[in-house]
Write a protein that binds this ligand. Structure first.
Ligand code: ADP
Ligand code: MG
Length: 402
């Protein structure tokens, strides 16, 4: 007999979970009260921002480091403490946090300015006005009082991709026009090379102060995990090798605390689904496989059609038994694939760029080899299991409609 979905939900609510006390504490959205191993960064940021409590304009700060090194967490923490302190006293500091990756709030200059105005207390219609007018509205509400507004632009690289340098250039110079208010900008990026591609004028004003967040080592990651385990898991539920293992795997990647937390949480979910009483090393192994699988599938799904067509060609060649495929070999097959799915083939040079992109995403393995006096080429291999490859093919097939 089919159980009604009400029964399923009811059973879920009533079922005592053995593993999790508070699953939320092991997700990356959770904000812990305690931030180990970031004292130096917290103190530096606090000292740079402190003058705002007396009405001074703090330097703009440029924060960079690999993903999962605590940039967003630390910045939000320091800024919320600053705002709290200000609320107890002069009420002078206003913090605005924007994640530039969010489509709704930061896809165009219009949307971003509208969002900033809204946060400062002035609604703007979602569309319809000339951008210049939205800028004026923003400017007026910004300069309506004597406050210090600190604008955090997280994942600022995607802002520049969408709007170019000009927007930031004007934005970092806004203080020259303001009469009452003062603005400081905190730009955060996971992209270590981002600053090099910026216009030098934007670069110098954005990075009046620079703060690098180094990767965590395995021991530091263990401390971070231990703290979350106390909040998130029931006591005595993990075997002792689990935390060191999650920490070591994440340290190998690039000292990414998010990955360490994901591994632990997913390991917990797997053991719960299997109705086991403890999280063990075996569950971490499964978790690693599942996370990587999900990640690759997500990236394959979101590839542009041309890149999908190229990947399809690589898989096709490999399935014909070809090993160490060279760049030149792929091009013909790729042209064929394009014909099949009504795409206009790109030039060989562009295809070569796409190969590098796929390589960087970890979907294929493209090794540069020397052909002696004939120059250089790349040898391409898929570095995936048959299971992943089959799933990839399914996604590509429906994406390319072939
Ligand atoms: N020092 C730390 N202590 C506790 N949790 C941390 C620490 N550093 C990072 N985290 C956690 O790791 C995850 C990723 O951190 P986040 O600040 O988003 O990284 P980034 O912005 O550098 O990519 C978040 O869940 C965060 O709470
Ligand atoms: Mg972040």
């Amino acid at each position: 007999m089919v159980r009604s979905i009400q029964t399923i939900f009811q059973e879920f609510i009533e079922k005592k979970t053995l593993i999790f006390k508070d699953r939320n504490a092991l997700t990356s959205d959770f904000t812990p009260d305690n931030i180990p191993h970031r004292d130096k960064e917290i103190n530096t940021m606090a000292s740079i921002l402190a003058p705002s409590l007396k009405g001074g304009k703090p330097s703009n700060i440029f924060i960079y480091g690999m993903t999962g090194t605590g940039k967003t967490l630390v910045t939000k923490y320091v800024c919320s403490e600053l705002e709290r302190m200000s609320n107890q006293g002069t009420n002078q500091v206003k913090i605005i946090y924007i994640n530039c990756k969010m489509k709704k709030t930061a896809d165009t200059e219009y949307r971003l300015l509208a969002e900033l105005s809204r946060i400062l207390g002035q609604e703007v219609p979602i569309t319809g006005l000339p951008t210049e007018q939205v800028y004026k509205i923003f400017f007026n509400v910004l300069d309506s009082t004597n406050w210090v507004v600190i604008i955090i632009l997280d994942e600022i690289d995607s802002l520049v991709v969408k709007m170019g340098d000009d927007f930031l250039y004007n934005f970092t110079r806004i203080n020259g026009e303001l009469k009452k208010a003062k603005v400081s900008i905190i730009g955060i990026t996971n992209d270590l090379h981002f600053i090099d591609i910026l216009d030098p004028r934007v670069k110098s004003s954005l990075s009046e102060e620079e703060l690098l967040f180094p990767p965590y080592n395995a021991i530091e990651l263990q401390d971070i995990l231990k703290q979350r385990v106390l909040l998130g898991l029931n006591p005595n539920i993990i075997s002792e090798e689990v935390i060191p293992k999650c920490a070591a795997l994440a340290a190998q990647e690039h000292g990414d605390a998010r990955r360490a937390l994901d591994l632990l949480r997913v390991a917990g979910e797997i053991s719960e689904r299997q109705n086991e009483l403890k999280i063990t090393e075996k569950h971490v192994d499964f978790a690693l496989e599942k996370i990587d699988y999900d990640r690759i599938m997500e990236s394959v799904k979101s590839l542009p059609k041309q890149t999908k067509s190229l990947l399809w060609s690589v898989i096709g060649l490999e399935e014909k038994g070809e090993k160490d495929i060279q760049t030149g070999d792929i091009y013909n097959t790729y042209e064929e694939t394009c014909k099949q799915c009504a795409l206009h083939p790109l030039t060989q040079r562009r295809v070569s760029d796409l190969i590098s992109e796929l390589d960087m995403m970890g979907i294929i393995n493209a090794r540069v080899i020397s052909l002696g006096r004939y120059g250089r080429t790349r040898e391409i291999n898929m570095n995936t299991s048959p299971k992943i490859k089959d799933k990839m093919k399914e996604i590509l097939k429906s994406g390319l409609m072939i």
